[in-house]
Ligand binder design. Structure first.
Ligand code: SF4
Length: 342
């Protein structure tokens, strides 16, 4: 167990058994989540004996940066992290005017099988722990020396398939005694696992929920996302409405525009109706071509025209700004290349 996966109360319970006082536990928590140590020996106000015992009984499973690609266009940095068991995950650091943002992975691989996604091509390996999710942010903060103010759980993995760890990660990330990132600045993206959305609605969190919608009919959605065989768009809309009612937070529909597949005038019309019903914001994503699949992106004009038709109908809509287009675009590609290298 990596102690960084525990909240303060849990850490207190574990270390109280060693006779440690609360103030000492608070110091250790601070070293973990504010000073972002990678090694117990960095804890200069803690005795050598305690550091050694911690290291023996609860070694930190820190992730290591294996590879970084930096965009010459906008400074976006794509990280390939090596986990302590030899697995690899990707995370991306992006600079925006409103602050720095990191997109993290929540699983090693993914079992959801979305057709447009490279992260799922090698299947699912395992869930990430809360500490491993936090560590992607901690490691990048240390590497860049810059504060991160926004976090998106939109890299490899389906967060609702690793529900408890993701919620715990969120609570640690937004803890005022930790990095204290505003809950409103955290986005969690799901491919549409209805029970997960319903459960999340009850957690009293301020995060933004993003739903990967990508198609407006069940038939079309099934072609792109196998999860659509389990949950219909109707069920999803009901879940989004519940989420909005319970949390007061608008769901964001993620919609990857694939030329000739889901970008017609009829698609726009249907998307307008769904967004209106769920009071959702729409985020259009020019699809990232991946060489294993035959999906093309539309022209800039076609994407703008799609957006305009939504806005004319008073749907709040954005086109995701593309970052780091000169480095390996699609999520999951860096890890795939590493696996292929052996
Ligand atoms: S888009 Fe997300 S949920 Fe779908 S396969 Fe990729 S990582 Fe998994």
């Amino acid at each position: 167990m990596d102690l960084r996966s525990l909240n303060k109360e849990e850490l207190n319970i574990v270390l109280k058994e060693w006779g440690l006082k609360s103030f000492r536990v608070n110091q250790i928590y601070d070293w973990f989540h504010v000073k972002l140590i990678r090694d117990y020996n960095e804890m200069t106000n803690v005795s050598k004996e305690l550091r050694m015992r911690l290291n023996e009984e609860y070694p930190l499973n820190c992730i290591k940066i294996d590879r970084v690609q930096e965009s010459r266009l906008d400074g976006t940095r794509k990280y390939l992290h090596r986990l302590s068991d030899g697995n690899y995950v990707e995370s991306v650091f992006m600079r925006y005017r409103h602050g720095n943002s990191v997109c993290i992975s929540s699983q090693v691989g993914c079992k959801m099988g979305c057709r447009f996604c490279a992260s799922t091509l090698d299947g699912f390996e395992r869930n990430l722990t809360p500490a491993e999710m936090l560590d992607q942010i901690y490691s990048i903060t240390r590497d860049t020396g810059e504060r991160i103010s926004n976090v998106v759980v939109m890299g490899t993995g389906e967060p609702m398939d690793n529900y408890d760890n993701v919620v715990k990660f969120y609570r640690l990330l937004t803890d005022e005694n930790g990095l204290n990132i505003s809950g409103r600045n955290v986005t969690v993206s799901t491919c549409g696992i209805v029970p997960g959305i319903m459960k999340l609605a009850e957690e009293n969190l301020t995060l933004t929920l993003a739903l990967s919608l990508h198609a407006t009919t069940d038939e079309k959605r099934k072609e792109l996302m196998p999860i659509a065989n389990t949950y219909s768009i109707r069920e999803l809309m009901e879940a989004c409405k519940t989420y909005f009612e319970k949390t007061g937070r608008r769901v964001s529909f993620e919609y990857a525009l694939v030329a000739g597949v889901n970008d017609t005038a009829t698609d726009a019309k249907e998307l307008i109706a769904l967004a209106r019903e769920a009071k959702a914001h729409v985020n259009l994503i020019p699809v990232n071509p991946i060489k294993e699949r035959d999906y093309r992106r539309g022209s800039r004009e076609a994407i703008e025209a799609f957006k305009n038709s939504l806005e004319k109908n008073r749907i709040n809509c954005t086109i995701r700004r593309e970052m780091g287009t000169d480095i390996d675009g699609a999520c999951g590609q860096l890890r795939r290349r590493k696996l292929a290298e052996g």
